[in-house]
Design a protein around this ligand. Sequence first.
Ligand SMILES: CCCCCCC/C=C/C(=O)SCCNC(=O)CCNC(=O)[C@H](O)C(C)(C)COP(=O)(O)OP(=O)(O)OC[C@H]1O[C@@H](n2cnc3c(N)ncnc32)[C@H](O)[C@@H]1OP(=O)(O)O
Length: 711
Amino acid sequence: MATYSRLPGSVALITLQNPPVNALSAAVRQGIVDTVQRALKDPKVTSVVICGQNGKFCGGADIREFAGPMLGPPLVPMIHAIEAVDKPVAAAIEGVALGGGLELALGCHYRIAHSKALLGLPEVTLGLLPGAGGSQRLPRLIGLTAALDLITTGRQHDSSFFSSLHLLCVCSQSISSVCVSGQSLDSRRLSTLPCPCPPDVDSLLDKTMVKVRQRSRGALAPVACVQALMAAASLPYTQGMEKERDLLTTLFNSGQARALQYAFFSQRVVGKWSLPSGASWDNSAARTISKAAVIGLGTMGRGIVVALALTGISVVAVETQEKQLAEASQVVPAMLQREAGRRSLATPPGVISFSSNLQDVCEVELVIEAVFEDMSLKLQVFRHLTSVCRPGTLLCSNTSGLDIDRLAAVTQSPGLVVGMHFFAPAHVMKLLEVVYGPRSSPEAVATAMQLGKRMGKVSVAVGNCPGFVGNRMLKPYLEQANFLLEEGATPQQVDEVLEEFGFPMGVFRMSDLSGLDVGWRIRKEAGLTGPGVESTRTRQGRRYSPLPDQVCEAGRLGQKTGRGWYQYDGPGGRVARSDHWVNIFLEAYRAEHGLVARSIAPEEILERCLYALINEGFNILQDAMAAGPEDIDAIYVFGYGWPRHHGGPMFHAGQVGLGRILERLQHHHHNHPDVPHLKPSTLLRRLVAVGSPPVQKWREFINKERVHSQL
Ligand SMILES: CCCCCCC/C=C/C(=O)SCCNC(=O)CCNC(=O)[C@H](O)C(C)(C)COP(=O)(O)OP(=O)(O)OC[C@H]1O[C@@H](n2cnc3c(N)ncnc32)[C@H](O)[C@@H]1OP(=O)(O)O
């Protein structure tokens, strides 16, 4: 709702009230309509100020309402009516003015803001465009060039940025002096102004469209934003508004908008973690960490040091190999400086000390081990840590899939051991898997989750199983990609299909980037390859493709060696080019194994890669290794490049239709009975049997099934 009060003198104050962010729900919109009417009717009122309760102007349209029928006064005419009134109206912005909130402010005649307020039009991130007049008013106020950047990226900025664009009035003036009654408001009505455009406007729009199409990888909203701004640049306001409405309707009804809005809420759902034990964020106390240590200063360790230091934590960075230590002590401060600059921090807040002595971690509150991914080495480090650290120190491992319980078992306090699985580069990537074992205490999980949040990560609590959630699902995906090569596809074909779907990189380009030796080592440890293992295509009772092992054996480890599934300009090269060697190699391989290459349709490539991955997601939910589909989806969107406009693998399964996914998995499993990952999960079958409920209902369904021992 919105409340009305009269300030001493002649100013009416309208306060938006809808905690926590004063979103423009039907009740708030009705409140605005009513209170503006009241101010207009009151002869003693000469000017109006709109503000938000609790130091927040407005977080935009109420996203929760998008799923249902539109009730209450619509936003566009409401804002238009405010702009048209003949008493000056000012938006007094504290906290946030985002989306519809900023559009409301653009309909006011004046805008003033607190220096720390955050403003922006993030609709594009929700699959929409600023459809309450924002796409037409903003460029008329700040010019087409600046508006294009803000609207197509959804970037948010503080008030000094917007003051420089003349979106805000000078803050030092009092509201009453800003809203001087009697002055003509004509020039303050943004809809009446022309849109300032650069001389080369067509070229600007064309270039922006090309850039946006490249960047958006199939997302519709950024393209629609450019189209709306083209209208603002070339059409009168009323026609521009019609274009804005048409584009918004198309976006609104697209699956992409639903997926992006789901992604917005799932990011928040995973923050409110809960464990099967009943421990959760509201019954577990997190410790505040001020001193931490990182053991191992390879790529991951260095990134973790920077991520911690950026939050103001003092870090002891330990590396026992002198050469690596010397290199890290040069590189890490530079990384920190660069990242602090990128985040507009004047000076990096944390202090880092480098050491080659593990003893130096004895005073810290939390240690993150980031040594080489080798169980015996990690066990050795944990044994050492438990003997040198103060009792009560949290011991975390950055393992990407090894058993946390085994590490906990060699310590004096297994309850204080959790996994903190970062993604490279650790100071940049948003995802953190917090891995709990049966003995991890709620306090340890809460502390790791809280620390992740402080580092700006999307932290997801996951159970302890090989590969945890993300890498466990990656395995069947990679496996299918290799089988497709055996059957006749090329790495480029597979990658093109996945990139067309929206991944920034196909599976083979991604593998080259990460290094092919990582998986090779894991397969060797699992006894799947290496000396003494027979070179067959069935291993440990299931279909196995030795292709990636043979590529590694040829010395092709990916980008770092300049050769992998593709060729590069040299070791460390970034641009992937197809390699004749790979085609010859695949032909020879197929001939050796009596395989006849067939032409494989893009649909089959996509289905087999994605549905195998999704099926493993259902198995993970069934095994209670993730609390709900939102957790899996957040992991894939923030850690594995899953296109956000497809919501995440589990959301995507719901969009495709669970019945269809089941039917296609059955079909592929029938054709490949020696591939257990294609066997449809029991949970998927159960969901289909009860009529394929929407993804938001799965968590409840799984819990019920578990109680009744159906899973
Ligand atoms: C029907 C046709 C209408 C067409 C209109 C088209 C034009 C207008 C479109 C829009 O305005 S779309 C919305 C644009 N706004 C945003 O995208 C802002 C989204 N919110 C945020 O970025 C952040 O929440 C925040 C405002 C910066 C606050 O961040 P903070 O970290 O402080 O809190 P959160 O945990 O993110 O949020 C708290 C709480 O509030 C819920 N919430 C936030 N924004 C909205 C919203 N716009 N609508 C509904 N709910 C919102 C959020 O989900 C959290 O809820 P809980 O998890 O606590 O339940």
